[in-house]
Design a protein around this ligand. Structure first.
Ligand code: PMT
Length: 398
């Protein structure tokens, strides 16, 4: 459980902070809220109190029933302090160390991780003064969540919208992870299925949802890495802070991997890559004729094997998805594809494999194997990344 302090300032996007607080509480985090006087003109403190089950703090001089000096104790309590939304005014005050109300005083006293989510009119956001102030805050180590572009409440169209709640949630979760053992590392991850066209209407594919690979990308970002996610067709939203490059076929993925692998420190192939594709893609819809039809397939490149044969400094992790002889087949893949580690998962095991939010895996290395219990794909992703760091450190835990 993380302790999250949310500061709300006076902009129309203040109502979206309610969703964020609700999302954090549902995640099991403990949340407390500070509001400025202007924020209280947009949303009543009672709304936040009902959502986070704590009193809302608005006044530095309010009588403290618990005997604490709240603008000091709240900053010390929090793992992360996020201002959502942050107006141009609070950004200017923080950049210059002003402390003239409860929110700015608490921010000045806090030493935890700090996140600022600006939201305002485009011209206010682009004003050199605001940009200068944001640069100061960035330089002071605060994480700035870039506003989104779109229709603004004032009628203008441009940059200044508060990002989606899921992105804000992820920015806060990432800020809560400290230290960042993957800082400075570049992680390349593949996720999801391949689609191999047969004609303009049909294709060969599999049941991968991308959940395992997206969890790896999310966790690698939280641990501080620069993450590139190569994603097959997936309904999942792009993880916050991650560069997503789409692919459709195995050959598309192969091109992306060849292009990117030399720049990567860690490579994880969790995509479910089709082993075969149609020898020819029919230019028009194949019409139905006989009772049977034959489709000639040719082998796709084995991308993980290529990575294993061409790797230099990279730590390489593959997956093995099996329906029988899991460990035997996974060990054979480890050797054949020259990986540092294979994550073996059994499609017929309850809670494992395609589309589930959980997985059951065995981590296989040349000289050891670790059977893991049922866990969420996010937990497994973190375990895999920590194991890869250990491999890089010659077996020492970070
Ligand atoms: O996406 P989800 O719904 O969350 O499901 C997760 C998952 C089941 C897809 C995932 O956990 C998983 O097991 N991914 C690997 C699936 C797979 O293709 O396994 P494989 O045993 O067929 O391949 C072995 C390894 O070689 C894999 O790392 C695969 O990415 C790679 N490969 C396979 C074929 C090929 N032509 N090129 C490859 O690089």
């Amino acid at each position: 459980m993380k302790k999250i302090l949310i500061g709300v300032t006076g902009g129309i996007a203040a109502y979206k902070a309610c969703d964020l607080v609700s999302r954090l509480v549902k995640n099991g985090d403990e949340v407390k809220v500070i509001m400025t006087d202007n924020a209280c003109r947009f949303v009543q403190p009672a709304t936040f109190e009902a959502l986070c089950h704590h009193p809302v703090y608005t006044d530095t001089f309010a009588t403290s029933l618990d005997g604490e000096i709240h603008h000091i104790s709240l900053g010390a309590w929090a793992d992360v302090f996020a201002i959502v939304p942050a107006t141009a005014n609070i950004i200017a005050k923080l950049a210059h160390g002003l402390a003239d109300d409860m929110l700015s005083s608490t921010m000045l006293a806090a030493t935890c991780a700090k996140v600022i989510a600006p939201a305002m009119n485009t011209h206010m956001f682009e004003n050199p003064a605001t940009q200068r102030n944001l640069a100061i805050l960035r330089n002071d180590g605060m994480q700035i969540v870039e506003p989104a572009s779109g229709h603004l409440a004032c009628g203008d169209v441009g940059k200044g919208k508060l990002p989606d709640v899921e992105d804000l949630f992820e920015a806060v979760q990432a800020a809560a992870v400290w230290p960042k053992p993957l800082q400075g590392k570049r992680v390349l991850i593949s996720a999801g299925p391949t689609q191999e066209a047969i004609d303009p209407v049909r294709y060969l594919t599999n049941h991968s949802s991308g959940k395992m690979g997206y969890a790896l990308a999310r966790q690698a970002y939280r641990l501080g890495a620069e993450v590139t996610l190569l994603s097959g067709p997936s309904a999942l939203r792009a993880p916050y802070g991650v560069t997503v490059l789409p692919f459709v076929s195995a050959n598309d993925l192969f091109c992306l991997v060849k292009d990117r692998m030399d720049q990567a420190d860690y490579i994880i192939m969790s995509a479910a890559v089709g082993d075969y594709r149609a020898s020819e893609i029919a230019p028009n819809k194949i019409k139905k004729h006989d009772e049977q039809m034959c489709l000639t397939l040719v082998k796709n490149p084995d991308i993980l094997q290529y990575i294993g044969e061409h790797r230099h400094q990279q730590i390489v992790c593959g997956f093995a998805m099996e329906t029988e002889h899991l460990l035997e087949n996974a060990k054979a893949k480890l050797a054949k594809k020259n990986c540092h580690m294979i994550v073996a998962n059994h499609l017929k095991q309850a809670g494992a494999g395609f589309q589930t939010d959980t997985n059951v895996a065995t981590l296989i290395q040349p000289d050891e194997q670790k059977a893991l219990p049922l866990m969420s794909k996010d937990e497994l992703a973190q375990t895999i990344l920590l194991e890869m760091m250990k491999i890089e450190n010659g077996g020492q835990a970070c």
